[in-house]
Write a protein that binds this ligand. Structure first.
Ligand code: PMP
Length: 426
């Protein structure tokens, strides 16, 4: 793999998986966009904390002090990782979906929300009411800017929020976030950046982009499940009712006889009721630190080298159409495609059973976007295949996928597959 920059190692890089023949093969995980494998440094950081974790904030014991320190240090790490302003708050959540739902619940009354219809369901669905405006999929990154302008012109007076993804989970394409933020500013709107797919692949800088909120998930950022963050302006979150009620979100509770008098904590604790995921946020922070220390240049170069090879290879497969929102966008290592005359689910099943390759098929929790993009390539079914790269990806994985697709398209699968509960099985 000479010529490809080395990057931090992931655990399970040499996992062996069974093929349908009974042989075993090294797993080629080409599904980083769904969940990325954990970094070795993250595993070590978790291992180190496991004997020590204890209740944060309230415990007087030494282990509690360690946990509290680790938990609060993780906030600082996340703050640095996304270039947050001093006044921004960092609320730990379960994942991006949780972060966006928290933000949606914290909007001032009558906030107008503007978003593109290409968003992941996590960003598309939490906003309710008559003041939600969806913008039709633009043809180019440049066209997204006037489209947002036109939508904001139609918003009534009052608070406004624009929600946009940094990188599409369907096509990997980068959205012109800084330009969209400038438009938002001109209309007095705030802007929330869904960085679930961007943060694992490119640096995110709140100040440079001039966005108000950033949300992300640990499990896409080379740390395990269960931790995420909402980072940004504190005022709306501070004025909102606590997202969940319970211990940790309260300063005091007094019995007034007919009711309980509750003084809620300030942010971030206000929205972190219940015992927090100390190990999860420590893992997330360790991933952020590892990436920062290694340096984005080599991480981006590694991925772009593999992505170029992947896209070139895919273009050589007969009948293959890559999905694209824009005609002109740079992208992270996520590629969705259809192959004319071949069912996505069957190809995905054969890639796993016969070649030990993991890809995704379906509409990727972005049904509106995926269907629209499938229409553009005259697809015969409502599903696509998606291959996505990351720190666990190698040139061998990419080459294996291209060779496997060529064989499957030319000769068909070697085994017979039947449908069971909507999935193809050999
Ligand atoms: N936004 C985007 C762009 C995503 O790719 C995803 C995950 N596929 C999400 C939001 C939701 O992330 P999570 O499932 O971790 O909440």
């Amino acid at each position: 793999e000479s010529g490809i920059p080395t990057v931090p190692a992931v655990v399970g890089a040499r996992l062996s998986v069974p093929l349908v023949t009974g042989e075993r093969i090294t797993y080629a995980n080409l599904d980083h966009a769904a969940s990325a494998p954990c970094l070795e440094q993250v595993r070590d950081a978790v291992d180190e904390l496991l004997p020590w974790y204890a209740s944060v904030h309230r415990g007087a014991g030494f282990a509690s002090q360690v946990s509290t320190k680790v938990y609060e240090q993780a906030r600082d790490t996340l703050r640095r990782f996304v270039g947050a302003r001093k006044s921004d708050t960092v609320v730990f959540t379960r994942n991006t979906t949780d972060s966006l739902n928290l933000l949606a619940k914290s909007l001032p009354r009558r906030t107008s929300v503007v978003l593109f219809d290409t968003e992941h369901h996590a960003a598309l669905l939490p906003w309710r009411g008559p003041n939600v405006r969806r913008i039709q999929t633009p043809e180019s990154a440049a066209a997204a800017v006037p489209a947002l302008e036109a939508a904001l012109k139609l918003c009534p007076e009052g608070p406004r929020l624009v929600v946009v993804t940094g990188a599409s989970n369907v096509t990997g394409e980068l959205w012109p976030v800084a330009e969209l933020a400038q438009v938002a500013r001109r209309f007095g709107a705030r802007i929330a950046l869904d960085a679930a797919q961007l943060a694992p692949h490119r640096p995110v800088d709140i100040k440079a982009l001039d966005v108000d909120y950033v949300v992300l998930s640990a499990h896409k950022l080379y740390a395990p499940y269960g931790a995420g963050a909402l980072i940004g302006r504190a005022d709306w979150l501070q004025a909102a009712e606590p997202y969940l009620v319970g211990g940790g979100a309260t300063k005091s509770v007094v019995d007034w006889g007919d009711h309980l008098g509750v003084a809620w904590s300030a942010v971030p604790e206000r929205h972190e009721a219940g015992s927090p995921n100390v190990v999860g946020v420590h893992a997330l922070a360790a991933a952020c630190d590892t990436i920062t220390r290694h340096g984005w240049d080599r991480i981006v170069a590694h991925e772009q080298t593999l992505l170029t090879r992947l896209r070139e290879g895919l273009r050589s497969i007969p009948g293959l159409h890559e999905l694209a929102i824009f005609s002109d966008a740079d992208r992270v290592g996520v590629v969705s495609f259809t192959i004319h005359g071949h069912e996505a689910g069957l190809i995905a099943a054969a890639l796993s059973a016969e070649y030990g390759i993991g890809v995704r098929d379906g509409a990727f929790c972005a049904h509106v976007a995926t269907r629209r993009l499938l229409d553009r390539v005259d697809a015969t079914e409502q599903r696509a295949l998606r291959a996505s790269l990351g720190l666990g990806s190698t040139l061998e994985h990419v080459n294996r996928l291209i060779a496997a697709l060529r064989e499957l398209v030319t000769n068909g699968p070697k085994w017979t597959y039947v449908q069971q509960d909507g999935r193809w099985v050999p």
